[in-house]
Design a protein around this ligand. Structure first.
Ligand code: UDP
Ligand code: MG
Length: 310
């Protein structure tokens, strides 16, 4: 059986089209399907649409969160529910073409010993220039500073074997950056490429700032470089100020001390103050993560499941 996991946040317009497009692949797939839609605190008619779908089709299941917990939490909840031998995660907006499903399944079943077939966009057409620019920079950076490699343009659209899903489910951390988590668990992954396409309806829920913060998440969750950088800058300015001290003392000793240099002193104070605040900020970011991690709050709260409360 193939389980299809779909995180949904305000997708009432796209859901019927999505369902029809996936159902169209059913005969080519030639395998039983199971849907797990996760309503991530939508404020539109998404839940009603899901109730209707589930009532009409036995293969359709849904979870509905008590509020918006984010796509990461929704995907995790879906993975926990899925019972298929193969599991695929898809966006509801048809940006992940269902026509690739048969090929992905065939690849996993083939003799190549694959555990996961991911997808990547070969271009970023239809996306704001500035967004593509920063996305590229992000992947360059994270692959330099983190042991965990992340593929540029890789989408969350991926089909996995049961074994890999179970591995991902063992990572129960609160701060989830799934692109990294899927890569961290290892296994053999192959990528299919496709051309980027826009949403069929509705609008994206990712603003530039949301994406920016998400990229910071990725860095803090998968790299200690910022911390090391902070220590390095601290050590560097220590040595630098030590040398400057020697220089100033010797100069005063040789040439006397005409009380000058007030502007340079202020600049140095400000510079060091700035560095200290920056390093504190970096450390604070990591402590914040630890703080959230130690609370061990659940990743999501389910309000309704297949028509039943709780
Ligand atoms: N999504 C979600 N919770 C959120 C934001 C998004 O479950 O808080 C879902 C959304 O319904 C869609 C998928 O995640 O199925 C991708 O979202 P979107 O299309 O807005 O992102 P983009 O494709 O623009 O990166
Ligand atoms: Mg989308």
């Amino acid at each position: 059986m193939l389980s299809i996991i779909v995180p949904c946040f305000n997708e009432e317009e796209t859901l019927p089209q999505f369902f029809a497009a996936v159902e169209a692949q059913r005969s080519t797939l030639a395998t039983p399907l199971e849907y797990w839609f996760v309503n991530d605190g939508s404020t539109d008619g998404t839940l009603a649409a899901l109730r209707a779908l589930a009532a009409a089709h036995a293969a359709v299941h849904y979870l509905s969160f008590s509020r918006n917990f984010g796509k990461e939490a929704a995907m995790f909840a879906g993975l926990q529910q899925a019972s298929g031998d193969y599991v695929v995660v898809m966006d509801a907006d048809l940006q992940d073409p269902p026509t690739l499903l048969p090929e992905m399944l065939a690849m996993l079943r083939g003799g190549a010993d694959l555990d996961c077939v991911g997808t990547r966009r070969i271009d970023r057409k239809g996306e704001p220039r500035i967004r593509s620019f920063f996305a590229r920079r992000f992947y360059r950076l994270i692959n330099k500073i983190s042991q965990t490699q992340m593929v540029d343009g890789a989408r969350d659209y991926r089909m996995m074997t049961r074994q890999m899903v179970d591995a991902v489910l063992e990572l129960t951390e609160y701060n989830r950056f799934s692109k990294g988590l899927f890569s961290w668990v290892g296994f053999n992954v192959a990528y299919l490429s496709f051309e980027n396409r826009g949403r069929v309806a509705g609008r994206t829920s990712w603003s530039f700032w949301k994406l920016f913060n998400y990229s910071i998440e990725g860095i803090v969750n998968f790299s200690e470089l910022p911390l090391n950088l902070a220590s390095f800058v601290g050590a560097f300015s220590c040595v630098g100020s030590g040398l400057a001290l020697v220089f100033i003392v010797i100069r005063a000793w040789l040439y006397g001390d005409p009380t000058a240099g007030w502007p340079s002193m202020v600049s140095i104070f400000l510079f060091l103050g700035g560095i200290q605040l920056l390093c504190l900020g970096i450390i604070g970011k990591y402590i914040g993560k630890i703080f959230m991690e130690t609370k061990k709050r659940p990743l999501y709260i389910v309000k309704e499941r297949d028509g039943k409360k709780g």
